[in-house]
Write a protein of this length. Sequence first.
Length: 112
Amino acid sequence: MHLIQGMTSNNTKKRKLNRSAGWQKRQNEHNEFLKKMGVSDKPSNYRSDMPDLSVRKMPKTSDSICSNGLKKETQSYTGNEIAGIVTTHKSNLMPIRKDNKNAAIDAANMRR
């Protein structure tokens, strides 16, 4: 009969531990020490009380989300500033403002 890979024996019977002569004495001393320190070998049946979950520990808050302030007014061009667009040399397009009439004259004379 062949063994499974990695096994060295097909005998899986659990053997009884051979304890030394003073083992039981040392085990009793150890158990007495644990009892003196407050460690019990049996679990206690003590169960802590269930917390009272019906009481809120936080103050009531609203579910509404407030805004972050007033929204800035969006800028939009009204058409009041630009008088027109002129073409200078080398096909350069320049906007001309209404308050600066000299810019239109300079552009017509190819000054800028």
